[in-house]
Structure formats: C-alpha cells, structure tokens
Design a protein around this ligand. Structure first.
Ligand code: OGA
Ligand code: NI
Length: 212
C-alpha cells in the first residue's frame, strides 16, 4: 500500500528535524480513511472503547481530570482488512522516517481514541526520557466538517514560553506527527465527539519487557 505521492515528504521531514512536529493534510488514501472512520463509528456505537488511563502498570489510573478520552487498542495480529491496510501504510512509512530522521524505529502501537463532548487531555509529554520507547507520536484525525467553535484543537507548545503555541484543528484525514519525548501538548476541550487514530512509532519491539 502506497503513501500518497502528492505529499511533499521532504518538507515534512525538514519540519520534524527543525521543529519536532509537522502537520500533513489528506494523509490516507480516501477509501482507507472512509473505511476506518465507519469502523470507528461502529466501535463507538457498540461501546467497544474503554476509558483511557495514565501511567503504566501499578501506577496506572483513570483520572478524568487529566484526560477524558476512551480508547480501543488495535492488534495487528487480529484486525480487519481496513486496519491491516493502515498498518501496511505505517510499515511502508517507517523505513522512510528512519532514513530521513536518522531514527531506528522498529515497531508501532495504535489505538482509536474518542473524546466525547466535554473531553480534553491536559498538557503532557507522550514519553519520558527515562522510559524512551516512544519516538514519534502519530495522530490521524477522523472528524469530517470540523468547524471553528467545535474545540478539540491539539495545542502544540513550541517552546517553554506558554504563549508560544500552535493550534491544530482535528479535521478529517489530517495527520499530526511530533517527537514523543520533547513536544509538550494538550487537547483542548472538544465541544462535540472527536475521533482520532492515535499511535506511536517505537524504538524497541513491543513486548520486549520494555516498561512503558
Ligand atoms: C495523546 C494525545 C493528541 C490528540 O493521545 O497522547 O496527546 O490530538 N493526543 O489527539
Ligand atoms: Ni499526547
């Protein structure tokens, strides 16, 4: 499965190298996007998502004052065709990322994330330096007709100055990529249901006993 050729990846890898994040519109082939979105809507309706927590293992806890999304992890060994197609796109993408950014990504993990109206996720990093399995955060938004006023923007802090940020509207088939261990970010309160396919590109294969 191909990555869309009209995207100027050189530009986006330059952005990542310089600013630690980039935003790519129309990432997935339209059919793949539409198929995953309808599967996602079915999963929400069938209540297959569960409330997300924070931390790992013994420290794991659900704290609705920090994040209000519900998620469903995707298993590459047990998934339907649409998700398998998405994973094959990610597998094509990884060697390109490694060549362009001099990373050594070996694996990935993805979940569906749904913020019901009122949901948010306070300012955080996706990875702490001492547990550094996550290299890049990768988010594909799945919200058609997202309007100003719907909220739910991804707020990316560009420096330590809290006023130095960029707001990214979670519009359908938009991809956000950023460094997991250096880019502070948050999700502003969504005023209506907000969906994304969210994941991380990993330094070590999953299940190698890497905590976190
Ligand atoms: C996360 C996260 C941002 C977004 O899941 O860790 O920060 O825009 N998501 O969904
Ligand atoms: Ni995050």
């Amino acid at each position: 499965m191909q990555i869309i050729e009209t995207i100027d990846w050189d530009y986006h890898f330059d952005q990542l190298a310089e600013n630690d994040f980039t935003i790519v519109d129309n990432f997935l082939p339209q059919e793949v996007y539409t198929n995953i979105k309808s599967l996602f809507i079915d999963a929400i309706e069938e209540e297959q998502l569960t409330k997300a927590g924070i931390g790992t293992l013994s420290k794991y806890q659900i704290r609705e004052n920090i994040r209000g999304d519900e998620i469903m992890w995707l298993n590459r060994n047990d998934c339907n065709e649409e998700i398998a197609t998405f994973f094959s796109i990610i597998e094509t993408f990884i060697p390109t990322v490694n060549r362009s950014l001099y990373t050594a990504i070996k694996d990935y993990e993805f979940h569906l994330a749904h913020y019901p109206a009122g949901g948010f996720y306070k300012k955080h990093l996706d990875q702490f330096k001492e547990r550094n399995n996550r290299i890049l955060s990768v988010i594909v938004y799945m919200n058609d007709n997202w309007q100003e006023g719907d909220g739910g923007e991804l707020k990316i802090y560009k420096s330590e100055d809290p006023d130095d940020f960029e707001l990214v509207a979670p519009i359908g088939n938009r991809l956000a990529i950023f460094r997991s261990d250096s880019v502070w970010h948050e999700v502003l309160t969504a005023n209506k249901s907000r969906k994304s396919l969210t994941g991380w590109l990993l330094k070590q294969p999953q299940g190698l006993g890497f905590l976190g």
